[in-house]
Design a protein around this ligand. Sequence first.
Ligand SMILES: Nc1ncnc2c1ncn2[C@@H]1O[C@H](COP(=O)(O)OP(=O)(O)OP(=O)(O)O)[C@@H](O)[C@H]1O
Ligand SMILES: Cc1ncsc1CCO
Length: 519
Amino acid sequence: MPIDKSKIDWSLYLVTDPDMIPEGSDIYTHVREAIKGGCTVVQLREKKTDTGLFVEKAKKLLEITREYNVPLLINDRVDVVLASGADGIHVGQDDMDLKDVRRLLGPDAIIGISVGSIKEAKVGIAGRADYFGLGPIWDTNTKKLTKPLVGTMGARTVLSYIEQNAGYEIPCVAIGGIKDYNIQRLFFQSRTGTKSISGIAIVSAIMASTTPYDAAKSLLTSIKTPAPFIPSPPSPSLLHPGDALITKITQIITQIGKKGPLVHHMTNNVAKNLQANASLAIGASPIMSENALEAADLAKINGALLLNIGTAHPESPVAMLEALRIANTAGTPVLLDPVGAGATQFRKDTVAGFLAGGYCDIIKGNEAEIRALLGLSAHARGVDSLHSSSSASRAELASTLARREQNTVVVSGAVDVVSDGERTFCVSNGDAMLGFITGSGCTLGTVIATCAAVEEDKCVAAVAGCVVYGIAAERAVKRDDVKGPGTFQTALVDEIWRIRGECGEGNLDWVKGAKVTSA
Ligand SMILES: Nc1ncnc2c1ncn2[C@@H]1O[C@H](COP(=O)(O)OP(=O)(O)OP(=O)(O)O)[C@@H](O)[C@H]1O
Ligand SMILES: Cc1ncsc1CCO
C-alpha cells in the first residue's frame, strides 16, 4: 500500500548514514530497531554507493518500512525512487528542479526539499514541495557545513514566511545538530503564534548508536514532552502596570521569605560576596559554585541558576553550559548575566555558545551587553556600558532580544527596561549611587533570579526584582549613616533585608514607592 501523504507523522525522521552504523549491525537491523523505537519517517542517504546496490538497499528497506507503515524517502536520486518503488525523495536546493522531479515521480510521490532561508522557501513553495527539511539549525559533525546556520530564530522566520505565503500546509522537519537536550527548546523557540516544526530529522544520534531502539525512543519522548520551561500565558491582569502588578510584586517578595529558594550562582569573583549577602538578605539560600559536577544535585532543589561570565576562565563556559543544560532538563529557571559581552571575543563566543546550547529564561545586561547580544555595535569600557539611550530605544533592544530568544530580557540602567517581547515595562526605581559600587548589576541579577525561583511569570519576576532592588537603593542612600559608596553598599543589603522583614510582618508600605510604567 502506498503511503497517504496527508497522514504522515513527521515527528522523528531518520536520515541514514552507512558509515556510522556500529560494527556488528547492518542498515536493515539498525533501521528496523529505530522504527520500533519510534522513527516515523526514513530517508535512505547513500552518497558513495553504486546505483545497483543503492536500489537493492532501497528495495530491502522498503519491505521493512512497509511493515510499519513508515514512508521511505530516497536522498537525491529520482532513478533510485523509480527503480525501488520508494515513497518519495528528498532533494537539496542545488539538485534537480522540483517541477521536473514531480513530473518524473508523479502526483503521489512525497517530495521534500532542504530549506534554510526565505529565498529557499520560495523555491520549495514554487515547486509545491510536500515538506521542508529546515536547517541546518545548529552545527553538526555529520555533514561538512556549506550553508549558514539557521538557529531557532531563522527557523521561526521561515515558519512564519510559509504560514503567510505558501497557500498550502507544508510540514517542516528541523535538521542539524539536534540532540536529546535541545529538542524541546527547539520546538519552543522556533514556533510562531500558530505554526511549529512538525518533527526533527536525526542522523548520528540514531545511526551511530549501538542501541538505535533506545535512542529513537528517548528522542521521541523529548519530542512529545513539552519543555519544562515553557511559560504559561500571562495572567490578563498582569499585562499592564497597575494594582495587580504591584500586589504581585509584594507576593513574590513575601514568597521568597517563606520558601527560601536555593540560588546556584556560577558568578564572578568581584561581585560574589555582595551577591551572596543580597541573596541571604532577601530570604534565599545562595550557593556559589563553579563546579559543573555539582549542578545536577543543585538543580534537584527548587530554585534558580545564575550564570555570570564576569571573570570567566577558559574552562568556565564548558562548566556553565553543562549546568545550563541540567537546569533546562530539571525546569530550573536560568538567569544569564553576559557581563562585558561586547568587550572581548571570548565573552562574545561564550554567550553565543550558551544561547545556542541552552535556554536562558532571563537575560539581564546593561545596554552595551544587550547590544552585543543583538550583534549591534557596543561601546563599553570593560564591563561598563558607555551607552545611555532613551528608554524607548532600550525598550526596543529588550523586546527584540526577548522575541528572538522567546524569553525575558532586562536592560539595566538609570531606568531598567524589562520585556518578554509582548509586554515591556520600565522601572524607574534606583539611585545613581548604584553606579559607584562594583557588581551592582550582578547583584540585581541575583535579586531577579531569586524572584524567578518563586514566580512562573518571568517577566513579572524581573520587574519585581528591579523594583525591590531599586527601592532598597533609594532607602539606603537616604540614610544618615550612608556617606558614600562603601557605606551605601552595606546599607543596600540592610534595606533589602528590612524590606523582606516588613513583608513578613504584612507591612507592604515599601512598595508604594514602585515606579513601573509601560514602555
Ligand atoms: N543613574 C542611575 N539611577 C538609578 N539607578 C541606576 C542608575 N544607574 C544604574 N542604576 C541601577 O544600578 C543597577 C545596575 O545597573 P547597571 O546598568 O549600572 O549595571 P552594570 O553595568 O551591569 O553593573 P556592574 O557591571 O557593576 O554589575 C540597576 O539596578 C540600575 O537600575
Ligand atoms: C569589575 C568587574 N570585572 C569583572 S566582573 C566585574 C564586576 C562588575 O560587573
